[in-house]
Write a protein that binds this ligand. Structure first.
Ligand code: LLP
Length: 430
């Protein structure tokens, strides 16, 4: 990634910090986030949105990618809103001081308690998934004497050409309501009859780690067509359109995501044209990137331990973390690049499988990685682990979740403490 360099000691450097020093000071496994890289990405998204929609829009940080108090603080300082999907993410955002008006609450099965919490805290929007949820929201608002602004989670029926587990825009999905079978139309009609709701607009999210612009453009077109339908047939005019997230990032050399400025520009053209042709007032535009704001800003540092060369079979290098801090290989067969942090410029002339220390053969970080020879004690840096690593981490095998530092201008600052054995048993009762 662009934000990494190598210093005179042949050590990998991120955010001006020597990664070998970071490993020494904070221990491994360690998540390291480059703060300036995140802020730059947030500004780039914001500037493109402002320029292509004349300031009529807002970027929401899809916080499921990396939900920590400090991340919400950065997003807030950069003027972003936030997408949260649970009471826990909402709580974390609020505790960081996030403006609740700029929080969008998502989820396909929000509980009564979560909705009560969200409405009580005056979150900006509820992204309603289904009719049952509308009833609950309406009832809570009635009780509290409030009105909730809602968006509808719509399945536009677009194939995003990504991994099955992270595709969400097709009719066979648990998220939202489809246009093609009339459910989406029915839910808007139903919402009109509920008096404590204000219909703000529509939302769609077609999937994640998407490289092609076409599905985004198609989804945008379908959403404006649907806006036209509900305007003409129900008299509902949307004031907001939330296009979701899903923009892909580069994990390995062969990944070729397009520039997201280009994506924002292309989609904006579709929206402007469709709105003009269909006589729809240009809605306020929201986008919810997660991975593309934090993914390549992060690396994970591990210490290599057991090296097992099984003659004519495979060479395994075990590190002191694994699927507990990065479950993306075992879940999606995800691919990563790595380097040896303490010998960063050596040529990669071996093929090794970097694996974790969990009791699971699928506990792999990188299968058949091309690496320089790794010895026990080396610091292995795995690239682009900023998104969906810490946020999906677990305590399987009672491993402690790693610490996280944010680096900036040569300074590191601890933002998530390493879990301790005491943390592991704090909820256990003997
Ligand atoms: N908005 C909604 C409604 C979403 O469901 C998601 C992601 C996003 C925005 C952000 O998408 P992004 O820009 O990060 O692609 N754990 C998987 C990814 C799951 C994505 C879930 N939804 C992974 O590690 O690849």
């Amino acid at each position: 990634p662009k934000n990494l360099s190598v210093n005179e000691k042949n050590h990998l450097v991120i955010g001006g910090c020597d990664t070998v020093d970071l490993a020494k000071e904070y221990g491994t496994p360690l998540y390291v986030m480059d703060e300036e890289h995140i802020r730059t990405a947030m500004r780039a998204y914001k500037n493109s949105l402002n320029s292509f929609y004349s300031g009529n829009g807002l970027i929401l940080y899809a916080s499921k990618a990396l939900s920590t108090m400090y991340m919400y603080k950065i997003a807030s300082e950069e003027g972003l809103g936030a997408d949260v999907v649970s009471g826990g993410e909402l709580y974390t955002a609020l505790k960081s001081g996030f403006d609740s008006e700029k929080i969008y609450f998502h989820g396909n099965n929000k509980t009564y308690d979560e909705l009560e919490f969200a409405i009580g805290e005056n979150v900006g929007r509820i992204v309603a998934d289904n009719a049952r949820e509308l009833d609950i929201v309406n009832e809570i608002c009635e009780k509290k004497g409030k009105t909730a602004k809602v968006l509808f989670r719509i399945k536009p029926g677009v194939d995003a050409h990504t991994h099955e587990f992270i595709s969400t825009g097709q009719i066979d999905s648990k998220f939202g309501v489809a246009i093609e079978n009339g459910e989406a139309f029915e839910i808007v009609k139903y919402a009109k009859s509920l008096k404590n709701l204000e219909i703000a607009g529509l939302h769609c999210h077609i999937g994640s780690q998407i490289f092609s612009l076409e599905p985004f453009k198609l989804a945008a077109k379908i959403m404006i067509e649907f806006a036209e339908k509900i305007k003409n047939e129900l008299g509902v005019e949307i004031s907001e359109l939330n296009l979701g997230g899903g923009f892909g990032i580069k994990y390995i050399e062969s990944d070729t995501p397009p520039e997201y400025e280009k994506y924002i520009e292309e989609v904006s053209k579709v929206i402007k044209t469709e709105c003009a042709e269909r006589n729809i007032k240009m809605p306020f535009i929201l986008m919810e990137p997660g991975r593309s704001l934090v993914g390549d800003a992060g690396i994970t540092l591990y210490t290599a331990g057991t090296v097992k060369d099984i003659k004519n079979v495979r060479k395994y290098v075990s590190v002191d973390g694994g699927m507990g801090d990065n479950p993306r290989y075992i879940l999606y067969g995800a691919e990563y690049d790595a380097a040896i942090a303490n010998r960063a410029n050596e040529t990669a002339d071996e093929v090794v499988t970097i694996c974790g220390k969990c009791c699971e053969s699928g506990d792999i970080i990188i299968k058949d990685a091309k690496m320089p020879k790794i010895n026990s004690g080396d610091i292995v840096a795995v690239m682009s682990t900023g998104a969906y690593n810490y946020s999906m981490a677990s305590n399987y095998n009672r491993l402690c979740r790693p610490a996280m530092v944010f680096v900036k201008n040569g300074k590191a600052s601890l933002k998530v403490k390493r879990e301790t054995y005491e943390d592991l048993i704090k909820n256990d009762i003997l």
